[in-house]
Design a protein around this ligand. Sequence first.
Ligand SMILES: [Zn+2]
Length: 164
Amino acid sequence: MPVYFTFSSDDGQISQASGGAIGALSASDITSVARWQNKTLGYEFSFHEGHDKGRPVYITRKGVRGGDMSKINLNGKDAGTVLNAKKIDGKIKKDAEEVVASNWELFEKLAEYFYEGAPAPPAQQTAPSFQCKKCGPISAHVASGLQPNAAGFLECPKCGQWLK
Ligand SMILES: [Zn+2]
């Protein structure tokens, strides 16, 4: 499924918090945005399956979807410039190029999410969080029941050594 979006702070498609279709942008990504697109120009960005080599983000006038679209590759020798620019007017071309250039890492993140899928959640931490020099690992479960000693360290429940 292609995903169309405007690069704007109120577009839920690109926001992690909204669970958008390419919800790659965290709250801090969103506050880091250097420049949002000019919405009065009436255009949309989009990603489409099957074009992953150049990592293109497509640009179309709002409501005109599909066809031979203008695009900016995020990868490869043409990266950063609008290709097939005659499909959009000069103001849109200029705005889209500036928006992508000033938020390059965020567009890469969106492309990554679209083409590769959502990143896997971090693996469950099964490793013990504490280690006793003498007795070995102390599980997080056991360690969470221990009270720190006067110096603020946890002591091994078996031998009384400080845990690291
Ligand atoms: Zn110990």
